[in-house]
Ligand binder design. Structure first.
Ligand code: TAP
Length: 457
């Protein structure tokens, strides 16, 4: 009998659907179909692969509202964010549809002949994604991987498989061959691990926690299999006294409470220059209290629920023994419509550098605020973490912006902004936040191996 798991709506805590849980044999069968589909796909003219990806993008765009509504139910994302995510998937597909015709090699001068390099696809790529942004993170892997001539097997998180399953159906509707892009639902320890160990999966892309990422990387190392890792973060939002403090304070809640803080790029530490510390907190409080937490289907909502009851307990545990400065609101447990959802109010904590809340990833709507003394202290504190994914720098001094952005060890930084993700610029982390880069102009090339051929003349 096929084993199943239940998908829950985090807004109501009610079941949505039963999903089949693939075992190792079913995973192997999907990988075998991918091997066959990849051969035909890679032999198509580049323009045909480009056309196929554009067709996939058009079908996704035509179903964007349906995908967005599905994400609201499965992930509790506010509808405005979910609409952005669905359109983003179509844009990522369109962007990498330009890649098949641009994967040029080189002609290198040599004596006695001609030397040429080719970018050849790996074959089958296994992509493992987490529950926080199920559609977008999947597309960062599958769009460039397909563009480079690979087949893809995709494993969504068991908590949030619904939009990935629908994307798999839409790929077939758009005309992609059976087996070229297969969504396999099941647990990480079975399906995900099989991607790592199966000899026909030639590259793995893993997005998730640093601890599981390390296991995946160790498994890939045993197979000599390349792996891209997008892992956790504890990103700093650095606010200097010479910044536009009103703007910095107004933007700070969105930088950490977006997606209820379940965002690898969440600026979950706000580091404020000591001379501006009190004024910044005064400005931050009304901005946090104005953050609207509630029904994600409501157009006016800024933040929905956390993903699960157990995740809510984990987030709450981080507040033990902390100095909470102020909190926003969240639906109460006696609310007849929303009371069973996994709500958690936006929370601001005053912290010291050695506090757990200032060092570990919470992955919830909790931010630690810490003072710093000068520019060197700001860089030291920003780097005083195992992670190095994202960060923001608020200052009106251009020289300082340059110095600090070069000094902070993070893969993606923004100055006077909290923007982290644009599909046309590279994204990824340093230190314990990951290995390799996704998105940007070079991502399709990352799904190829370089072959060098010497022709004697
Ligand atoms: P994980 O528990 O690491 O799970 C991520 C994915 O890996 C899920 O699909 C999971 O499957 C699967 N998995 C679990 N154990 C596995 C194993 N032994 N082998 C192979 N796959 C396995 O992370 P999460 O709790 O879903 O996500 C939160 C974390 O992801 C946070 O740390 C966050 O910072 C990070 N994250 C990083 C980024 C970027 S871009 N850097 C983006 C989003 C999230 P099941 O859960 O279905 O079993």
């Amino acid at each position: 009998m096929t084993s199943t798991f239940t998908v829950i709506d985090p807004t109501t805590a009610r079941p949505i659907r039963e999903i089949a849980r693939a075992d190792e044999a079913q995973t192997d069968a999907a990988i075998a179909r991918a091997v066959v589909a990849q051969r035909s796909w890679a032999s198509l003219p580049p323009v045909a692969r480009a056309d196929a990806l554009r067709a996939f993008a058009r079908v996704v765009e035509a179903h964007a509202e349906e995908l967005a509504q599905l994400e609201v139910r499965n992930s509790g994302h506010p509808i405005g964010s979910a609409r952005w995510e669905a359109s983003h998937v179509a844009q990522v597909l369109n962007f990498y549809a330009g890649a098949p015709e641009r994967l040029s090699g080189q002609q290198i001068p040599v004596a006695g002949g001609m030397d040429v390099t080719f970018h050849e696809p790996y074959g089958v790529v296994g992509i493992i994604v987490p529950w926080n942004f199920p559609m977008t993170i999947a597309s960062w892997g599958f769009a460039p991987a397909l563009a480079a001539g690979n087949a893809v097997v995709l494993k969504p998180a068991e908590l949030t498989p619904l939009t990935a399953i629908r994307l798999g159906e839409l790929a077939l509707e758009a005309g992609l061959a059976d087996g070229l892009f297969t969504v396999i639902t099941g647990s990480g320890s079975v399906v995900g691990q099989r991607f790592v160990s199966h000899p026909d999966v030639r590259k793995v892309v893993f997005t998730g926690s640093t601890s599981v990422g390390m296991d995946v990387a160790a498994g890939c190392a045993r197979e000599l299999k390349p792996v891209t890792l997008e892992l956790g973060g504890k990103s700093a939002n650095l606010v200097f006294a010479d910044a536009d403090l009103e703007k910095a304070a107004a933007a700070a809640p969105g930088a950490v409470f977006d997606n209820a803080g379940q965002d690898c790029c969440a600026r979950s530490r706000i580091l404020v220059e000591r001379s501006a510390y009190d004024r910044f907190l005064e400005l931050l409080e009304p901005a946090v209290r104005a953050w609207r937490v509630g029904d994600p289907a409501d157009e006016g909502t800024d933040m929905g629920p956390l993903i699960s009851a157990s995740h809510r307990s984990t987030v709450a545990g981080f507040l033990d023994g902390t100095n909470v400065a102020f909190r926003g609101s969240a639906p109460a447990s006696d609310d007849p419509m929303l009371g069973d959802g996994f709500w958690f109010p936006p929370t601001v904590v005053l912290a010291e550098p050695h506090d757990r809340i200032a060092r570990e990833e919470v992955f919830g709507p909790v931010v630690a605020v810490l003072p710093f003394d000068d520019e060197a202290d700001a860089i030291r504190l920003a780097n005083d973490t195992a992670y190095g994914l994202a960060g923001s720098i608020w200052t009106e001094n251009l020289g300082r912006a340059v110095r600090v952005s070069r000094g902070v060890k993070s893969g993606v930084l923004s100055v006077n902004s909290h923007s982290s993700v644009r599909y046309w610029t590279p994204f990824g982390g340093m230190k314990a936040s990951g290995l390799g880069r996704e998105l940007g102009p070079d991502a399709a090339e990352h799904f190829t191996e370089t072959k060098n051929v010497f022709f004697a003349t």
